[in-house]
Design a binder for this molecule. Sequence first.
Ligand code: 2AM
Ligand code: CA
Length: 267
Amino acid sequence: MDITNRDQIYQFAKEWVLEAGEHIRNVIDEPLTIDTKSNPNDLVTQMDRNTEEYFAKKIKGTFPAHKLLSEEGFGDNLETLDGTVWIIDPIDGTMNFVHQKRNFAISVGIYQDGVGEIAFIYNVMEDILYHAKKGQGAFKDIVKLPKLDEKVTLDQSILLINSLWSGENKRINHEKIQDLVRKVRGTRSYGSAALEFAGIAEGVLDGYISMKLYPWDFAAGVILIEEVGGTTSQANGKALNFLTENTVFSGNFQIAKEIIDNYIELK
Ligand code: 2AM
Ligand code: CA
């Protein structure tokens, strides 16, 4: 992707993200159609589908050769990341969207032959746009985010951790996670992977462990984190697979190795 081409794609993507977000804000108090997917707590609404369809139409209408990898079925069936691929979660944090009407995001990562080039994470209700172009740093609205703190230690860290504890997931050694929870300064769970990545990029959170994320949950986040000098991988340190679900560790390099080597034991 050459620079001119990338800037053009970035401008379209930004316009569409902001427009989709504005629409959601305008109709946030209207009644919602809520369905469930893989389980009774895995929610999807008409707004998730409509927003994804909006992006699919815009992308295919403007860039017919580009491909779309997305959550709600309007994307392409991809077997590789060859070419220009938009990886989109129309609403990341659907449970928050339904229950709280806030704390959710639109997440858009644009990849060229598997390399992350452009990222947007839009906190819709707070109207805050995190964005990045590869090699040019990460931004929160117009403010360039500094590189992550190189001096942070595990016992000064805030760790994002979600329902590792729940029945579905018996693939992790919970005793070691309990040791980790005792070791860090505090834990948080926001319920939107995209906003959790954005918080790490901003330097207000230091590490994130999830046992199950899909490419649309992390595609934009990976790019933002890389631009501030952080790292994202599977929870065992291996490279992410952008075509399947993954376990995920993301965070500050200073604590990544320590957590992955000493506290995350996958079975
Ligand atoms: P979603 O809201 O787009 O489904 C919640 O901790 C985070 O994990 C959200 O970013 C959520 O994305 C993601 N997630 C991935 N798979 C999920 C699932 N099966 N059920 C609930 N959240 C899931
Ligand atoms: Ca979603």
